[in-house]
Design a protein around this ligand. Sequence first.
Ligand code: PRP
Length: 182
Amino acid sequence: MNPPYPPPIDRVLYTEEQIEQRIREVAAEITARYRDRSLKLIGVLKGSVFFLTALARHLEIPVRVDYLAISSFSASKSSPGVVRIAKDLDEPIEGDDVLVVEDIVDTGLTLRYLLQTLAGRGPNSLGICTLLDRTSRRLVQVPVEFRCFEIGDHFVVGCGLDHKQYYRNLRYLAVLKPEAKG
Ligand code: PRP
């Protein structure tokens, strides 16, 4: 059975206009930071694709894009975040200014692993940009340099964030009704 559309949401957290405005602001910060350089954006599949695309359209520096996919699983209850690369980048990053782009940072375990792995490949610099930062769930500290929004402990869909792989395509960010989570 198909999931309901429009989705069963509690409330809209940020509208399309608010998100677009904030992305423009963050893109301006990134443009200023990397002026006179070129930047490689690395998207972490799948959620970041929507944000990465919106962000890149407002960057006024030379940009390249590459993607990787990670898979995470819990080996045991005492080790919550074991992460590995399921699809690697197409190109090397040696000597590049790299910005890892995420839709959301929660525990930080994914990014800690990614930063360690990517740092070993010799980039000139390695930064993080995320659409959403949910610091209340953080287990390990990661240096998030650019963030659009800090959010509370809500289950959010839209702008790349999914519920059972659906609703990534919503142009707004919304809190799903608790009973809809299933
Ligand atoms: C989300 C997000 C990050 C990760 C963050 O991906 O895109 O990669 O979780 O969580 P963490 O900080 O607790 O490690 P998800 O596993 O939902 O995959 P998706 O992007 O394909 O939806």
